[in-house]
Write a protein that binds this ligand. Sequence first.
Ligand code: 8ID
Ligand code: ZN
Ligand code: ZN
Length: 352
Amino acid sequence: MATQIPQKQWAQVIEKTGGEIQYKEIPVQKPGSDEVLVNIKYSGVCHTDLHAWQGDWPLPTKLPLVGGHEGAGVVVATGELVEDVKIGDHVGIKWLNGSCLACGFCQQSDEPLCPKPLLSGYTVDGTFQQYAIGKAAHVARIPKELPLDAIAPILCAGITVYKGLKESGATPGQSVAIVGAGGGLGSLALQYAKAMGLRTIAIDTGDEKRDMCTKLGAEAFVDFAKSSNVVKDVQAATSDGLGPHAVILVAVNEKPFQQAAEYVRPRGTVVCIGLPAGAYLKAPVFESVIKMVTIKGSYVGNRKDSAEAIDFYARGLIKAPFKVVGLSELKNVYAKMQKGEIAGRYVLDTSK
Ligand code: 8ID
Ligand code: ZN
Ligand code: ZN
């Protein structure tokens, strides 16, 4: 019992890495036996989509490619093996479009580490189109009363920072520095941290981002472009001057990845999430040893993390700013993102 599904749809298509992105009509695909077809209503634009277009990671994308992996919409068709997702359900297509479900990582709910992942908007077509396909086992379940535009950014940015905060081991009352706090992941990190009882120090640049971060609950803001000593300023922003208990790195720049171990508190944890092209981690061995610092990576979240991140939103705890523009506007959003001009997240409305 399929609803009205058109043959053609609007999409943003990358024919060649780094080349023109074409806004054009392409065929609507049919879901495979374990897949669902989702009428995407809104899709967030993550910096990962920009990396995919520019090809600056050591992992090639499929081509031609429809990017996007923060897609919230309504199921319009299901494959014959799909039982627990129904036509009309609200679901989200996230970065991890599918995984094998059989390997040791999948068995332990560590599916982002699956050696055979399907990545939305990277190795399979994503959500910058009106109809996208997701593996039924992996689509995020979205309660029908929640607004799909606000949920879209949760589907990557929200899940990822929520998971990263859990990985940091920081406990209520402790302080966390969010590096890149003015961006998409950072703005949500401030909200999740606050909801988790953590105190936050925001690091980013510019008055617009300072105002937004303060509104989102940051107790201090360090402007990395204006500060003459970021390490000192971040430590000074903690009540005893010893630095934050954890650092969440969501910037798209190598420098802060080389600074964090210097200002984190003894026994603190540095969580790397941002993926600046060609970047390396660097930390002074002496300080890292005598401070017993932990440095680790954190990569999206599993299905349970996803459901929990959405539930934080459902309980009214997450209110990060986002701006809605038409799907046709993707190029302008990328231009702003490249210049670091986006405070919060842009969300594309696929009907425009
Ligand atoms: O699972 C993962 N690990 C994962 C998931 C999702 C996204 C990783 N990411 C990666 C993206 O691929 C990207 O590399 O996280 C990074 C951040 O994504 P985003 O939040 O979507 O990007 P943004 O909205 O452009 O925000 C980046 C912010 O960093 C600030 C910028 O001003 C911007 O607000 N920033 C930069 I660039 N350099 C900085 C610095 N030195 C800085 N902030 C503080 N210090
Ligand atoms: Zn993302
Ligand atoms: Zn697997």
